[in-house]
Each structure stands twice: as C-alpha cells, then as structure tokens.
Design a protein around this ligand. Sequence first.
Ligand SMILES: *Cc1c(COP(=O)(O)O)cnc(C)c1O
Length: 414
Amino acid sequence: MLDIASYDQINPPARLLMGPGPINADPRVLRAMSSQLIGQYDPSMTGYMNEVMVLYRGLFNTANRWTMLIDGTSRAGIEAVLLSAIRPGDKVLVPVFGRFGHLLCEIARRCRAEVHTIEAPWGQVFSADRIEDAIKRIRPRALLTVQGDTSTTMLQPLAELGAICRRYDVLFYSDATASFGGNRLDTDAWGLDAVSAGLQKCLGGPSGSAPVTLSPRFEEQIRRRKCVEQGIRTDTHRDGDDEMIYSNYFDLGMIMDYWGPERLNHHTEATSMLFAARECARLLLQEGLDNAIARHELHGAAMLSGIRGMGLGVFGDIAHKMNNVLGVVIPGGVDGEQVRQLLLNDFAIEIGTSFGPLNGKIWRIGTMGYNARKDCVMQTLAALEAVLNRLGFASPQGAGLQAAWDHYASVAEA
Ligand SMILES: *Cc1c(COP(=O)(O)O)cnc(C)c1O
C-alpha cells in the first residue's frame, strides 16, 4: 500500500561531486530553472530561444546559424546529429579511444551505417596522420570523434582534422560533452561540421539539455534529405526511404524549422532546461571563455600536483589529459570502492569509478564547472589522504595539500 504521508519533499543530501560528471550545479543555474513557465510562442520565450542561439555561438566559437538545444541529455544531441547525418549504408569512421567512441559506433550502427573503427589503447589519443590514413583507406562519408572521452580522461586533438576532412569531402562531427567549456574548442577554425555537448560537465548545469552547432555544409545535407522526404526532390539516385530521417524527435530539419523564424511546431521546448542552458552560457561568457578554460586548467593542474604529492600514480598520457578530469591509479592493496564509500559517507565527497578495462584500476576525479575551485580541490585532497591513511596507504601527512597549495602559489607568482 502506498503510504503517501511517508513521502517527504525531495531533499537530497549535501554532496560535493568531484567525479567525472555530473557535478554540483551553479546555484545561479538552479535559480534560473525555478523561474515560472511561459507559453511556447510568447515573444519572451522566442526571445530567450534566440538569445540561447547567440550565447552558444559564443561558446562554440562559431558563426553557425544553427546553434541550438536538443531536448534530452547529451546523448540526445549525439543521436540527433547522427540520425540526421547518416543514411543507411553510409560509411563512417570512428577513432575509438574510450567508452564514448564505442557509443558513437553503436548509435551509428542503429542508423544502419557501415561502421569502420581505428582504436588507440585507453589512455592515449590519435595522431592526425593516423586518422588521415584511415580516411584515405576507407573514404567514409563522416568522421565521428569524441573530443574528451571521460572514460579515459584523454582529449583528442581536433585542430588538424577539419582540413583533412575537407580534402576528402568527409563530414566532421565531435561529441564535446565532457570537454566543452573547460578546454579549447574552435568549431569554425577547426572545420567542424557538427558538435554536440551537454550542461553537466564544465558548464556547471544539470544534465538534460544538449547544445549543438551545425555548419552550413551540414545543414545542406540535412535539407536535401528533408526535401526527398517531402517528395519535392525526385531526381535522387537513392531510394527515397534511404533519405528519410528515421526519427521525428531528432529530425534536425524539423528542429531547425522550430528554432528558425518559421517557428513550425515540433516538440514543446523544455523551458526550464532552456533557462538553465541560457544561464550556464551567460555565466561562462561573462567570466570570459578563455578565463573559464584557464580556470579548469589551473584547478586540474593543482589536483594533479596534489595527487602526485601524495605519492599516487596518474593514468594515461598526461600531456593529452582533459583539463577537468584526472585518472588516479588505485594503489595496490587498497580497495577502490571502499575508498569511494568512505569519502561519500564520512566526507560527503563523490569521486568516480571506472569502466571496462579500467574497472577497479583507477578513480576519476573531476575539477569542473562550479566545482573547478580551490576549496573543492583542497577538500578532496584532504579527505582522500585521510581515507587512504586509514586504509593503510601511508602518505606523508599533508603532502598532497601542500603540493596543491604550492602549485597555486607558483601560478600566482608567475
Ligand atoms: C558525460 C558524457 C556524455 C553524457 O551523456 P548523457 O546522455 O548526458 O549522459 C556523453 N559523451 C561524453 C564524451 C561524455 O563525457
């Protein structure tokens, strides 16, 4: 029997979220979300939608007209892009260096793509040459990349790939969810045709909205499909069904017509999430995107110094690590899950576990968004040292904290 009286108002425990995301939302974002709703075609609402487009052009470093939100978590952005780009039978190339590369493969297969992969060992990234060689060999229609793969903490350099894609007439997409706002991303300068992201990493918001940006070249591909679907274009050499986008919700052509001046009714825009997304972008742009990236770099590097100062090992090719997340090797003889439990129960701090080949081998510690702050770094290091000492991994008392502090001091003096 449902005893409704026993259900209290939602009141989650206070936590400091220092994992690979989600992280604590900026209180200003939470306040924006609690604003009252307005009608879908209220001029204030369409005004906010237009502002969101302008703000996200700033964050994506792009002049792309089609810069907007897909309602849903980051994965909704990925699906919208892939479903709208890929026709059944198209070849795509996915350089896989972690779990999210496998996700792109899986979604592309559901789009009936012919999926080709190249793989890098977890903890490493690809050279541009290796990707170009694969493009030459496979001649895919699209290159699907992950910029920052949180499963390994690595950041794939993208700057040179756009020119390569142009040379071979390949569409260039990246999932930037983990890296967006905390690491450089130059959509136009790097020749990206589509990028998707989310709010719950460096943007300091909750999950549930996926900002995307689409190049004019990408738009043209989508529009061509749409015309076929409506029976306007009949001169196609392809079967009409192959041109159809197999989703209504994620049909980017329809979503563009909803966000554009036509305002053709599609879904009901997730208003509270749009308020959150607008506030996330407003805060980052007021801080200055370069300053926000520098902040993630600073606190990420301080965490790295602290972890090393404690005598712990770090995972992967550190030169290619994202600014905002660090893989920490679980020392021998220590139960990684017990450490996470003690951190959560006695310090209310959450750090991340790992998947697949890294399961049980590393923790992932984030310094991102609202939690890319000195006090969060210091609290986490202090708690981790205490827990590890209690479980028998002795590090000199306070060594991690002092190393992080030294890092902050050295940067302040520089
Ligand atoms: C965290 C993350 C996501 C998250 O997707 P959700 O649908 O928001 O859970 C997607 N891609 C990457 C690379 C991520 O790091």
